[in-house]
Design a protein around this ligand. Structure first.
Ligand code: SF4
Length: 388
């Protein structure tokens, strides 16, 4: 196979920044993220904050920054002062666009009005609040340490602090959850009226309490067809309430699609800072040291922080760009693939496109390839077909 360009280059496009805060006040039963339960005042927390700032200073880049996202873990586990210190370090070392989207995940159990005010005045302009459910029994089952009323209070406090762009995370397919529970949670979310909603089906990750319960036959999960009905119900309820379904798991009011996540779905470049953070640039993906204590030590000794590094070949980048781009409900304009990779996707992926289209899972219209409604229900299986 010959290509017009050997490697796609994105070096002139804006860059996104991800910052990983690897601490939580309590561990949730389903979570396998790189996070550790710590005390807020511990030296480890403070030294991690300082190491993240050092990491940011040591890796500045002149490209404009279009979005910054604080994830975790629980970014709001940190004090408002520490969040401000980190964001100011980014401002001082990067060319952050004036209209950049600056988001942070927030946990209702570790957020208050004062912290939100501090974050807003420091420059954060979007919060993503991990509510997960408005059913208190389910919140207990998930090991969340907040109630549904506390979650709603956090959203009210975020508004009062001046945030005009709020996301709410919800989960479905939870133990003993039925369609009525899910419908009620969706109704409450709609009535609160955040600009954005991210809705994820529970997945059982290795090493979690839920996985152990499942292995012991002690986790009563909804059947697969009920879970699919839950997914269809959220599409129905949210689109009827005025949200645009713009990505497999994401809904937004007009004008409020997440800019940062669109960087991932377009397979564009980003830099990650903090323990375990992933970066993707120049066709290479690498992950920083996961354990905070090792991350701090390596940072202090100015050793290389990358513990896993993968050079993606041409086919890998092309396949990932197809797979991620097709997650967007508007579909993937094939011109974008031609421009970036110099290949003809209708030839390169002829077998996959023919087979998935004839099975009613994909459709091609005006040179845009997209999932059908049926394809959406089977998205993970369909999209994996494009990987090498
Ligand atoms: S709060 Fe979030 S990151 Fe922390 S344990 Fe729970 S799900 Fe994981």
């Amino acid at each position: 196979m010959t290509y017009e360009t050997e490697y796609p280059t994105l070096t002139t496009s804006p860059l996104a920044i991800y910052i990983h805060i690897p601490f939580c006040a309590k561990h949730c039963a389903y979570c396998d993220f790189n996070t550790y339960v710590e005390k807020l005042q511990s030296d480890l927390v403070q030294n991690t904050v300082l190491a993240i700032c050092h990491d940011i200073r040591a890796n500045s880049n002149s490209r404009p920054i279009s979005s910054i996202f604080f994830g975790g873990g629980t970014p709001t586990f940190l004090s408002g002062e520490n969040l401000e210190l980190i964001i100011n370090t980014v401002f001082d070392n990067f060319d952050v666009s004036r209209d950049a989207e600056i988001s942070s995940e927030a946990n209702p159990g570790s957020s208050d009005a004062q912290k939100f005010q501090k974050m807003h005045s420091a420059g954060f302009n979007r919060l993503s609040i991990g509510v997960q459910s408005f059913d208190d029994e389910l919140l207990v089952a998930l090991d969340r340490f907040h109630t549904s009323d506390e979650a709603e209070s956090a959203l009210i406090a975020a508004r009062a602090a001046g945030f005009e762009n709020l996301n709410l995370d919800l989960m479905f397919g939870l133990p003993k959850q039925n369609l009525d529970h899910w419908g009620a949670t969706l109704e409450r979310a709609i009535s609160i009226g955040t600009e954005h909603l991210s809705l994820y089906a529970l997945t059982l990750e290795p090493g979690t309490r839920f996985e152990r319960l499942q292995a012991g036959g002690k986790l009563e999960l909804p059947e697969e067809d009920i879970e699919l009905e839950m997914y269809e119900r959220c599409i129905y309820q949210l689109t009827h309430a005025g949200y645009e379904h713009y990505e497999v798991s994401n809904f937004a009011k007009p004008g409020y699609r997440s800019r940062h996540n669109q960087v991932y779905w377009r397979n564009e470049e980003y830099l990650g800072f903090g323990p375990g953070a992933v970066s993707y640039m120049d066709g290479r993906r690498w992950k920083r040291e996961r354990l905070p204590v090792r991350y701090i030590r390596k940072m202090n000794l100015t050793e290389d922080l990358a513990v896993e590094s993968e050079a993606l070949d041409f086919d890998g980048q092309l396949g990932e760009t197809m797979m991620l781009g097709l997650r967007l409900i508007d579909g993937l304009p094939l011109a974008r693939i031609r421009d970036r990779f110099g290949i003809e996707p209708l030839v390169e992926f002829a077998a996959q496109i023919d087979s998935l289209s004839s099975n009613g899972l994909l459709e091609l219209e005006n040179d845009v390839l997209k999932l059908t409604h049926r394809g959406l229900l089977l998205a993970n299986t369909v999209l994996a077909e494009f990987l090498p």
